[in-house]
Write a protein that binds this ligand. Structure first.
Ligand SMILES: Nc1ncnc2c1ncn2[C@@H]1O[C@H](COP(=O)(O)OS(=O)(=O)O)[C@@H](OP(=O)(O)O)[C@H]1O
Ligand SMILES: Nc1ncnc2c1ncn2[C@@H]1O[C@H](COP(=O)(O)OP(=O)(O)O)[C@@H](O)[C@H]1O
Length: 203
């Protein structure tokens, strides 16, 4: 892909600030970044949290691997380079959402530490909350769950470069939160997340 450098381009501030939008929504925009193996529970937890937050009157939005890859990132595959670009774009989108005041739930395998760290850095630019949530289950558990039948296909050699099988997953070193979804109930996971959001003044 051609890397067109942004020369003679400058950020343009409006007259409404992020603080104004946060005040309007009575919450603070933030990104919760769910990372983990396919089948670890990222989407399930994000869906449950979205429901709980909405019931409490908070505006949130889910960005999910499969959905994003059907639209804005439909030109990307699963090479390390494409995954990096996938995560970079989602990182930028998450940051824009946070700027609007929305609590953004981003669920991506995001297997490379450097890609996730780049998203963390992007959020530092705007002093925005970035909460890395490692949904951590042993590969055997994810493979046993196999909700989409993809591990079976990967083991049969029908899918190449499948994370955990013939492609790496680099676990976070210092995530804000670890959820062991094989040892916790969905309700416990949502409660834990709501507590973190409350402690940080996001809700
Ligand atoms: N090769 C390979 N490796 C991992 N995952 C694969 C692959 N091929 C397809 N899928 C399906 O795509 C979903 C992962 O997309 P992501 O955008 O989250 O991946 S990444 O962050 O760019 O690595 C992932 O979704 P989840 O199961 O929800 O994690 C899979 O359903
Ligand atoms: N405590 C739990 N938290 C999350 N998912 C769970 C839990 N217990 C069982 N599961 C199951 O594990 C699977 C996780 O799949 P999914 O959420 O699609 O994972 P991912 O988005 O990481 O690929 C689902 O079938 C879900 O019902």
């Amino acid at each position: 892909m051609t890397d067109v450098k942004a020369t003679n381009v400058h950020w343009h501030d409006g007259e409404v600030s992020r603080e104004d939008r946060n005040a309007l929504l009575k919450q603070k925009g933030a990104t919760l970044w769910f990372t983990g193996l396919s089948g670890s529970g990222k989407s399930t937890v994000a869906v449950a949290l979205e429901k709980a937050l909405t019931e409490k009157g908070h505006l949130c939005y889910r960005l999910d691997g499969d959905n994003i890859r059907l639209g804005i990132n439909k030109n990307l595959g699963f090479s390390a380079e494409d995954r990096a670009e996938n995560i970079r774009r989602i990182g930028e989108i998450s940051k824009l959402f946070v700027d609007t005041g929305v609590i953004t739930l981003s669920s991506f395998v995001s297997p490379y530490r450097a890609d996730r760290d780049l998203v963390r850095e992007l959020h530092k630019d705007g002093e925005m909350d970035f909460i890395e949530v490692f949904v951590d289950v042993p590969l055997a558990v994810a493979e046993e769950r196999d909700p989409k039948g993809l591990y079976k296909k990967a083991r049969a050699g029908e899918i190449k470069n499948f994370t955990g099988i013939d492609d790496p997953y680099e676990a976070p070193l210092q995530p804000e939160l670890v959820l062991n979804s094989h040892e916790m109930s969905l309700e416990q996971e949502v409660e834990t997340l709501l507590k973190v959001l409350s402690e940080r003044g996001i809700i």
